[in-house]
Write a new protein. Structure first.
Length: 162
């Protein structure tokens, strides 16, 4: 007899490992982007709006794994940016009000991107089928309508005289 180790282990319900993969991959993406941005801040450019480079990976995570891991990515990216990319480093305190505004704008943009991506990827809901009497009613009205173009060039509908 085969035991199902995914459901019970020692009489206790185990955590669902299926959801751990996307979350781990999302956190790995944020860690990689943070390492790259840290290098860019220290060696190349300085602290000019680097937080916005997190938006593309967050959108890709939303496309691949869904809204929940992407929202988690946005929150972790916000914390990483505040802790590592803005002065004072190794503190969540952001000394410059403009940089704090960058973080607020980033948080709003990231959450909007996650929501929009989720809505774009949601399956379309089919419209309810037309009732047979509605289609018959439309066909019965068809002879009474005609299209006429007036002098102004606009299309108008008129009733055909009996």
């Amino acid at each position: 007899m085969q035991k199902n180790h995914n459901v019970f282990c020692g009489g206790k319900r185990m955590w669902n490992r299926k959801g751990a993969g996307p979350i781990a991959a999302s956190l790995a993406v944020i860690a990689a982007v943070t390492a790259i941005l840290w290098y860019v801040k220290v060696e190349v450019a300085g602290p000019h709006h680097l937080v916005f480079f997190y938006l593309l990976p967050i959108t890709l995570v939303a496309i691949l794994y869904g809204s929940l891991p992407a929202t988690l990515c946005a929150l972790v990216a916000l914390a990483c940016a505040a802790f590592l990319l803005y002065d004072p480093v190794y503190s969540f305190y952001v000394s410059n009000p403009l940089e704090f505004g960058d973080l607020v704008c980033f948080a709003l943009l990231a959450l909007i991107a996650v929501k929009c991506t989720g809505e774009l990827l949601r399956p379309l809901e089919k419209a309810p089928a037309a009732k047979p009497h509605d289609a018959a009613e439309r066909r019965s009205r068809a002879p009474y309508l005609r299209t006429a173009v007036g002098d102004s060039g606009r299309t108008s509908f008129a009733r055909v005289p009996d």
